[in-house]
Design a protein around this ligand. Structure first.
Ligand SMILES: Cc1cc2nc3c(=O)[nH]c(=O)nc-3n(C[C@H](O)[C@H](O)[C@H](O)COP(=O)(O)O)c2cc1C
Length: 312
């Protein structure tokens, strides 16, 4: 029996459900030394903002008992430099490319999306491949301008999603925060405003104190928690989101094995992103693809459609 791991989101075909999560995979180049990135379902690039950002000072990552905390602060080259210097390398890989877009104001989000849209149209007219999807980050907890202010309240988020939807015809996934007051309501709002998918979850706002120095470890006080510690909560939220919408849900949070990914798919996800685990296993993507294929053979699953959303 030959199993198929194929999945589709907003008309974008993924050869398997594994997308490398924003901020944990750069723009792919560093990981391409360790395995063939053509094996991946997709890559979501480091979060971009309209203008370049230097990121946060001080300690940026800290290992915890079951995951990590980060306070990178969206260090990135800005949308224009990314489009000019990075996107061609990414689109040369035979894998779906998601551009993760953050912002501090609605204006910034709209302008960023408009630049990405214009670049795609230009590439189309020249017969060149562009990015496949925008992943709109309304959920970064580590910068005031990271979007979290929009990601908590459904009506605040609605304004961003609406403006970005007006600025681009590209497939649009909205990345949600676990801090959202009501994840089902937030997801339904995204669908109503024309998003093609929702992805969740971003990191949880968290804290670490250095008791010898009697200070916060992170200069900003709080930092984002990710990894296995958040997986059960992420799974519950993905389940709730999937029940609330008919657009695809991209699930993430602590996935470290093919069986973890299967849990998200059974909870209703069309695709699964891998974040923190990339730091533990530099070949995570390739190994998860192989392990999921083996799991499907063992369980006699021919297509992910057979198991998606089977948990009521
Ligand atoms: C170091 C680091 C940087 C991150 N940067 C971004 C980012 O730029 N944009 C974004 O949407 N999410 C970012 N995230 C969140 C991840 O994409 C993902 O949503 C989260 O880590 C949960 O998945 P995981 O438990 O598999 O890591 C970052 C996470 C980490 C650990």
């Amino acid at each position: 029996m030959k199993s198929s791991m194929f999945t589709e989101i907003a008309g974008v075909g993924l050869k398997n459900p594994f997308i490398m999560a924003s901020g944990t995979f750069g723009f792919g180049k560093e990981y391409s030394r360790f395995y063939d990135l053509n094996e991946l379902g997709g890559i979501s690039g480091k979060g971009l903002t309209l203008h370049p950002k230097a990121g946060n000072k001080g300690i940026r990552v800290y290992e915890t008992a079951a995951g990590m905390m980060n306070s990178v602060g969206l260090e990135n080259p800005g949308v224009e430099a990314f489009l000019a210097q990075e996107l061609d390398r990414m689109t040369a890989w035979d894998t779906a490319i998601l551009i993760n877009l953050g912002g501090g104001t609605i204006e910034d989000y709209r302008e960023g999306a408009a630049l990405i849209e214009a670049d795609r149209l230009k590439r189309e007219s020249e017969g060149r491949r562009g990015a496949d999807m925008i992943e709109l980050n309304i959920s970064c907890p580590n910068v005031k301008e990271g979007g979290i202010a929009f990601g908590i309240d459904t009506e605040a988020a609605r304004r961003v999603v609406r403006e970005v939807r007006r600025a681009t015809k590209m497939p649009l996934a909205v990345k949600l925060s676990p801090g959202a007051r009501d994840i089902a309501e937030m997801s339904a709002m995204c669908e109503a405003e024309g998003a093609d998918a929702v992805s969740l979850i971003n990191t949880f706002s968290a804290m670490k104190i250095d008791v010898r120095r009697r200070k916060n470890v992170f200069a900003n006080g709080y930092a984002g928690l990710s990894g296995p510690a958040i997986k059960p909560i992420a799974l519950r939220m993905v389940h709730q989101a999937a029940k609330a919408v008919s657009i695809p849900v991209i699930g993430m949070g602590g996935v470290c094995s093919a069986e973890d990914a299967v849990e998200f798919i059974m909870a209703g996800a069309h695709a699964v992103q891998i974040g923190t685990y990339n730091f533990v296993n530099l070949r995570a993507g390739a190994e998860l693809v192989r392990d999921l294929a083996a799991f499907m053979e063992e369980e006699k699953i021919e297509s992910l459609d057979e198991i998606r959303g089977i948990i009521a």
